[in-house]
Design a binder for this molecule. Structure first.
Ligand SMILES: NC(=O)c1ccc[n+]([C@@H]2O[C@H](COP(=O)([O-])OP(=O)(O)OC[C@H]3O[C@@H](n4cnc5c(N)ncnc54)[C@H](OP(=O)(O)O)[C@@H]3O)[C@@H](O)[C@H]2O)c1
Length: 279
């Protein structure tokens, strides 16, 4: 089976492997001629798209770049996949929802994004749906798995130079270990002989918490003492608004991923330089 992996250097992409995993320099998603040629020559069974414009605040300023990669290029990718018989696995986000529903969102809930990043990702979803039939759109949230890019690494680095940290306590979501997500995608979609119905899926680690709870758990598990202050989203001035409740409910896959705090424990047990203060 041939799998084309796009976005291998990213947080999520690094947890997949494939013989065919061109870097951005080797295959730019926005070079449509090159993209079409690559796919029509390889004719992969699956294309796993882990690329994305993921800088949520920057997207408010560089909206055109976000729409180009998260929407226009995804639409092109979908049509090339359709033409060449490839199944597309594409990732989307909790940020397609407005976050007003504290019960969370099922796969068929109506999206209503409140920031540019969310809007660009929703446009990408729609272009996949419009341009092909054999796709899996997998929405996930609050991903961790690379300390250079995630909340875990960010707060641990801040704690090296500060005595206290202000952490947002009025946004609720489900932290998700990229390794668990990638394993679930392989098990449920790529390696299954009886493919589940095409469409939208929600995959996150189980449970939900605020960023404050997440930070508290990180420091607790690391055995580090630091003063954490609960603050509201309004107290922190950021270009992009964030949904208050971005809980993605899975009603389609049989098994949910393990609880987020257990996944965090596994992640923190790794011998990574940023974790060396406590292990
Ligand atoms: N991170 C989260 O918390 C989160 C939450 C929900 C959903 N998601 C979704 O999950 C997916 C993966 O996110 P991530 O956090 O792993 O992203 P990431 O770490 O920001 O990685 C993005 C990847 O896209 C590549 N890329 C960027 N522009 C490209 C282009 N023009 N052509 C080819 N490749 C390009 C990057 O390559 P370079 O390294 O060369 O720049 C990198 O490999 C995205 O669809 C994102 O929307 C993420």
């Amino acid at each position: 089976m041939k799998t084309l992996l796009l976005g291998k250097s990213g947080l999520l992409g690094s947890y997949f492997s494939s013989r065919y995993s061109p870097s951005r320099e080797e295959l730019d998603m926005c070079n449509y001629e090159a993209l079409e040629e690559y796919i029509s020559k390889l004719k992969p069974d699956f294309v796993i798209n882990c690329t994305g414009y993921t800088a949520v605040d920057d997207a408010e300023i560089s909206g055109a770049d976000a729409f180009k990669l998260n929407a226009e290029a995804v639409g092109k990718l979908a049509s090339f996949c359709e033409k060449n018989g490839s199944i597309l696995i594409h990732f989307s986000t909790d940020y397609v929802f407005d976050g007003e529903d504290e019960n969370g969102y099922t796969e068929d809930a109506v999206p209503s994004p409140i920031n540019i990043y969310g809007k660009s990702k929703l446009d990408g979803e729609k272009l996949v749906e419009d341009n092909m039939d054999r796709y899996y759109i997998i929405r996930t949230s609050w991903m961790f798995g690379n300390p250079e890019k995630d909340f875990v690494g960010t707060v641990l680095k801040l704690a090296e130079t500060r005595d206290e940290l202000n952490i947002v306590a009025d946004q609720i979501g489900s932290p998700t270990f990229a390794k668990d997500l990638a394993a679930a995608v392989k098990k449920n979609f790529i390696k299954r002989s009886d493919l589940p119905p095409f469409g939208i899926y929600h995959i996150t680690n189980s449970g939900a918490c605020s960023w404050y709870d997440f930070a508290s758990e990180i420091f607790k598990q690391c055995g580090l003492e630091i003063k954490l202050n609960k603050v509201s989203s309004n107290a922190i001035s950021r270009p992009a608004m964030r949904p208050k409740y971005s809980i993605l409910r899975n009603t389609k896959l049989e098994k949910n991923l393990r609880p987020w705090d257990k996944a965090l424990k596994k992640y923190l047990s790794r011998k990574l330089p940023v974790f060396s203060v406590f292990n």
